[in-house]
Design a protein around this ligand. Sequence first.
Ligand SMILES: Nc1ncnc2c1ncn2[C@@H]1O[C@H](COP(=O)(O)OP(=O)(O)OP(=O)(O)O)[C@@H](O)[C@H]1O
Length: 454
Amino acid sequence: MRVLIVDDDEDILLAAKMFLKKHCKEVVIESNPKKIPFLLNQASYDVILLDMNFTEDTTSGKEGFFWLEKILEQTPKAVVVMITAYGDVEMAVKALKLGATDFVLKPWQNEKLLATVLSAAKLSNSYKEVESLQKTNQHLVETLSGGEIIGESKAIQQVLAMIEKVAKTDANVLILGENGTGKELVAKAIHRYSLRAKEAFVSVDMGAISENLFESELFGHKKGAFTDAKEDRTGRFELAQKGTLFLDEIGNLPLTHQAKLLAVLQNRQITPVGSNKVIPIDIRLICATNLDIHQAVAEGNFRQDLLYRINTVEIHLPPLRERAGDIPILAKHFLQKYAKKYHRPTPKLSAETIAFLENYPFPGNVRELEHALERALIMSDSETLSPDDFFFLKATKTSTFNNSLATSTLNLDDVEKEMIQKALDKYNGNISKAAKELGLTRASLYRRLEKYGL
Ligand SMILES: Nc1ncnc2c1ncn2[C@@H]1O[C@H](COP(=O)(O)OP(=O)(O)OP(=O)(O)O)[C@@H](O)[C@H]1O
């Protein structure tokens, strides 16, 4: 327990310190209240004992109220016990209304002082617990949404064995694989099977953080640290305290940020922007990238020392086209998932359709397969899906081969719009022919033309 006592009477300060030191980890005393903001910036205290009257203004209690408000402004969860003289009870009540936790009358009996400080510390502890629970809760939802890893191929079985092996160790893991191969899914599975499973899983997309917010996002900031810092902000490292931090797209990190990240990983502590308080961190780190990170090191774009820090264990997720044997079971899994979501019976896949899907290269990997099945299920009413229900994949495939696909988006609406435009171009705007090629009725093509403003 850390206690701060602010009183202008040096004798009281020393006596209180001598006595409380026997019961507390640290007792800091201060006779000048103007030092309070500085002290609160330097460290955090479980309990603050604050005098009601300092010499400048001996009886009104105004100074006490002023500093109480300052303390609560700077650290809203502070537990403040007011030190008041006999006859000041009314003022003490006012202090309680302003947010003080309790008060002690001076001169005090040591036992009474200790009892007050201990119960205030208990309150402070429960505030901390609530805060940490709220943080954990916030991220629990994210963790729970991590699904099952499906696959019968040797490659996926090896990945599963690897997850089982490393999960319970605290080793840093680097997951490598193309977009949509399931890197985040694997990271969440490692967390779920780890000793940290009950704590938070915090995911950060490094590619999505703007350059100048990097430190604030990861390490947090103090209110006023820069123009837009209107509130204190807890960084992702602190949010992941005791849990797992997942840094996605780590390969895209500029070299300057790589150096900062390395320093934090080496020292295992962070300092929020605008603060001089050092916060020790206890996290399990999992990183992922779709880049060839070893080549990035060879080319000087990724620090070798940082790679060594993050890749104690490497897990490689092969692209879906190299484990096409997993496609039927994955397809079945996604069809069941989306049939349930859209309250539809689960359609079957004809042998021809399975062969078609197994031969399609899926540049967007499992994510693309999942979107394709969701889309086919929405668009088709038949009990068995045929290759025609995946016309958009065919079109994408041809276009990819022709090198003429305008976008690499996987957004279904964008892809649909693009395919419709291509069909119209191919048949010089002939709706019937375009509709036939797209596998749509004329009416539904018209509806889509209207929807996309084509
Ligand atoms: N083996 C698998 N079994 C079941 N679902 C999977 C599998 N692999 C991937 N998925 C699903 O595919 C989608 C993409 O997976 P995920 O986000 O983990 O990929 P990623 O490699 O992290 O992608 P990115 O590189 O774009 O961040 C998710 O909906 C995930 O649930």
